[in-house]
Design a protein around this ligand. Structure first.
Ligand SMILES: Nc1ncnc2c1ncn2[C@@H]1O[C@H](COP(=O)(O)OP(=O)(O)OP(=O)(O)O)[C@@H](O)[C@H]1O
Length: 242
């Protein structure tokens, strides 16, 4: 399902005043595609991701999936947002945020349990997702015995295990070297395509983003530039502005 952000504005209280972190942003991420969100520090990337994922209600505007009812609006209650996140949205954060005492497989099974899945079906599915991220042989390892790249792959598998409509990814490569960072972006975009997840990915590092379908630029909370997908082998940012 396509993800639609419609006239999203997010204003934070800032002492006696207010700060507009996201300013009237409208954006569609088609199902199965990956849009990278770029922009300087403080431009509102994480804030926009937080609204897209129902972590923060927008001050105005809405988040919709497909042609359905809005998923997150100014009035969405915390309980409704939590359920929508569990059922429809996968998150990958800068740090993998894994539970140290659980194996890779158990990290995925825990969420399946929260979603009310049968344990045997959940295990089989979790193993197939770990296979898809190249971690089949490491399914029974705990985070402490995995590399940084492997831990991020567990986080990606965990985010995708519930077959979410939307995948939201915040700086997934900041703790990785260039080669592993590029591999992680390639993995995310190919799995998003395979699973039909509309994927919005915040990144500082344009050099790892050859595989993404689209780039958007935020400055002072506003979208300023849209570029279509660059062909493999061409340098980024050479597309015509839309
Ligand atoms: N919880 C908050 N309360 C008040 N202001 C906030 C809050 N979170 C972010 N801000 C402010 O909103 C603006 C946008 O911040 P945001 O973290 O979304 O930007 P960003 O582009 O993700 O930055 P970075 O790349 O450094 O993570 C900044 O001015 C920031 O200081």
């Amino acid at each position: 399902m396509d993800l639609h952000l419609e006239h999203v504005t997010l204003v934070y209280p800032d002492g006696e005043s207010t700060l507009t972190a996201v300013d009237d942003v409208s954006l569609t991420v088609p199902s199965g595609t990956t849009t990278a969100l770029l922009g300087p520090s403080g431009s509102g990337k994480s804030s926009l991701l937080a609204v897209a994922g129902g972590l923060t209600p927008p001050t105005s505007g809405s988040v919709t999936l497909g042609d359905g009812e809005p998923l997150f609006t100014t009035t969405t209650t915390r309980d409704v947002a939590t359920r929508a996140r569990l059922d429809r949205i996968g998150f990958v954060f800068q740090q993998p945020q894994l539970i140290a005492s659980l194996t890779a497989l158990e990290q995925l099974e825990l969420l399946s349990h929260l979603r009310g899945k049968r344990p045997s079906a959940a295990r089989e599915h979790a193993l197939s997702v770990l296979d898809a991220v190249g971690l089949g042989p490491w399914a029974h390892k705990r985070p402490g015995t995995l590399s940084g790249g492997q831990r991020q792959r567990v986080a990606i598998a965990r985010a995708l295990a519930g077959s979410p409509d939307v995948l939201l990814v915040d700086e997934p490569t900041s703790a990785l070297d260039h080669e592993r960072g590029t591999e992680i972006i390639e993995l995310i975009t190919s799995l998003a395509r395979e699973l039909g997840a509309a994927t919005l990915l915040v990144s500082h590092d344009e050099s790892t983003l050859d595989a993404v379908d689209r780039r958007e630029q935020l400055v002072d909370g506003r979208l300023v530039e849209t570029s279509p997908r660059t062909s493999p082998g061409t340098s980024p940012g050479t597309g015509e502005a839309a």
